[in-house]
Design a protein. Sequence first.
Length: 260
Amino acid sequence: MTEQRRPLISGNWKMNLNHFEAIKLVQELSYAVSRDDVDAVDISLHVPFTDVRTVQTVLEADKIPFFLGAQHCHFEASGAFTGEISPTMLAKLNVAYVLVGHSERRQLFGEDDEMCNAKIKAIIAAEMKPILCVGETLEERDAGEAETIVTSQIEACLQGVKAETLEGFVIAYEPIWAIGTGKTATAADAQDMCAHVRRVFAKLYNTELADSLRVQYGGSVKPANAAELLTQPDIDGALVGGASLDAAHFAKIIQYRLAE
Ligand code: 13P
């Protein structure tokens, strides 16, 4: 079954690059990535809101086969929510994937599982795909609680989400201690946790749906460690922060197959 899952490699630009810089990076990346790469791997770019319309225009005008992604959205369709952006606004710009529950949003902006749950439902209703981010802190890992924490995040965030809406769902396992620190989980630890994510999902739904679930690993993914991580049986892609801001580095991660 594993071989049927298409890898999804996502660049999370976080709060970086204005819309001029965005055009440059997307164009550089489109030159660095080959037809064979996009035949083998799905690529999504999670850009700041101010870049979404610009990147949409570049992708469409130049027929660049990358998926447009966002990093966040509100769960309501419209209303008095100063500063927020709705799922329907993003869908109108052909955004395909939206990150939900990134640890930076959880830790710095108080997003909890309940909000993630509402967002997942709203993103699916707007016909986009959420990428649910889960992961434990170093303290939780050292206390042997990594699996329990990740289980409870998945259960709470998917509360009441119907199986028929979850075809091709994506969960990104990002251990918080590996984000932006240069510390990567070992390939074996990342594989164990991604397999755990799939087991939890199978228990909540069924094995057939869990076989189609794409589980990404995120946390200091770089050209040097991409191949080892991405060839693990339960790792179906990567959510890349820092290295996605450099076209050559991100392209090398996309081309992990060639490094073997
Ligand atoms: P880094 O790749 O910079 O560690 O960031 C990971 C991340 O948070 C992606 O969402």
